[in-house]
Write a protein that binds this ligand. Sequence first.
Ligand code: SF4
Length: 229
Amino acid sequence: VQAGDRATFARVLDLLAARYGTRGRAGRLSPLDELVATILSQHTSDINTARAYASLRETFPTWEGVVDAETAAVEDAIRGGGLAAQKAPRIQSALRAVRDESGAFDLAWLAERDTADALAWLVSLPGVGPKTAACVLLFSLDRPVMPVDTHVGRVATRLGALPPRAGPLQALHEVTALVDPPARMLEAHLLLIDHGRDLCKALRPRCGMCPVRDLCDYGTAMKNAASTA
Ligand code: SF4
């Protein structure tokens, strides 16, 4: 798949959908809740994220309570999610920035902004990078923006659609631009994650079993190398 080759990428998605099936959205959080949950999800599993988020909401029923609390108390509440010492101040800073912007702990107003503006505002928050911002935009606001996590980035790079050293913002824009129609963004995101977990693993991808090998730069190179060895 060459960068920007939407037609070939659509075939990749069709083949992945045939293997993994298509899943719908698991549920929807408000944009602010999604922002906090996504900060909690950085460098940890979905299970740990859910546990830490539930614990945070139970300990502090309001976002105001999180901002007013000692950072150590927030850390304690989210310890099950890992990296609590980094995430607690990030969450408090992001919540403060949201309150400073709109006077309330609410991001519903983001729906009024166009996607580029909303993305720019989100990544201006402390501790919020392009992937976290894209999660808020895609999962809560249905904006066609690809969160490029470790799986999505690895699969897209091996396919040949993303330069190996693309930065987070470039990766977001390049993978987003590949998805046609944009309404497939959530499906594409979930399929690339499924594929990264199942066959296109970080160590030893299982290219021999992969349904998209003939469309993949890495898989094709490995196949050619094996046949000339
Ligand atoms: S052929 Fe290999 S590297 Fe390419 S997508 Fe499939 S598993 Fe990943």
